[in-house]
Design a protein around this ligand. Sequence first.
Ligand SMILES: *Cc1c(COP(=O)(O)O)cnc(C)c1O
Length: 433
Amino acid sequence: MEDPRRNVPRTDDVLADPRLVQAAARIGTGLVKRSVVATLALCREGLVAPSEVANHAVANLPSTATSLRPVINATGVVVHTNLGRAPLSSAAVEALVVAAGATDVELSLQTGRRERRGRDTLAALAAAVPAAGGVHVVNNGAAALGLVTLALAAGREVVVPRGEMVEIGDGFRIPELLESVGARLVEVGTTNRVRLADYAAAITERTAFVLKVHPSNFVVAGFTSSVAVRDLAGLPVPVVVDIGSGLLRAHPRLPHEPDATTALRDGATLVTASGDKLLGGPQAGLLLGDEALVDRLRRHPFARAVRVDKLTLAALEATLTGPPSPVAVSLAATQPELMVRAEKIAASLAEVTDAHAIPSAGAVGGGGAPGVELPSAAVSLPAELAEPLRLGAPPVVGHVKDGRLRLDLLAVFPDDDEAMTAAVRRVLESPCT
Ligand SMILES: *Cc1c(COP(=O)(O)O)cnc(C)c1O
């Protein structure tokens, strides 16, 4: 019998398949070629028939030119850093698409002249935080704090409590960030306690500002004290408050999470925050507060190095003016309504696996409200499903607790319930499980 491997087609002949030609125009020749080369290797091993090479290569093409894949976040963590923090609202996604081409980001179409970059985004932010005299947007929260420190405290001192020396993640630390732009830190208080008198005693003519950092990813409980913004505002130096989470106003479900409006009303000179945590928008850093100071930061030479692009401006504006963001929707979800969804999914899976709905506790995530449990509901499944679900299409990421896989619904878009259920079914039907 003839060895089928001798009929392995030539790469160019496969690439000439009209479906692959079309795909190359859409996602690029490199990715299409990669799929063809991988398929031909399987063909040489006798795992794909020569007549099936083109079909197999087409079936294994990536759907877009990004290798990032959409994931269903069933972890119960609303702002999950490893899953890209805040998912954008559909209004923000549409805004991204519009802004992707040539757009009037710095041009007045009325006059034909140059316009202030991102004017409408800044206006939307100012409208959302009336307590801020000035507003500016940079690349992320760390850039906002870095710019403030560089502009106000290079070669000078920043007073910061020991209990607020936060490591934000991936090995990056706020105190090192401040020092990296030339500020000298003056640490006050102890790990668990600091008093107004500690700050007052540390202030000299070299002090640029006192910094209050929200411990957004840990809790110190017990014999603790910190000084409220209201009290710091009486000190004879500016007060910069890094709230981190980006809550613009107090949120009823997160009573201990600092927000920009309250900090400014209480006398903060400047507030810095992230755009992609509780605000629910794109990665961005917000600078809010004293108008003259914000203007100075905006005009600082380094401001150019942390400038946001048109995509960020578009998505941020849509987040501020559009319908509630997915993060806001998750925060508003009640346990009974999540339980109804969990029961529906569990009932539809019960015939194929051991599935049931259970109450669970979600969390905001590294982006804020440490220690706060958000009452939620989950579908409890056999733990062995965790890996195949993570490797499935779409990938579903849950978490294993007490020997069971939990698919928590707090951060799952209601529109994704069906896709998630179908993903579980597919895993159960696949011969490998
Ligand atoms: C998250 C966070 C930051 C860093 O913000 P990025 O947007 O990640 O750069 C800084 N400070 C606090 C308190 C934070 O929670």
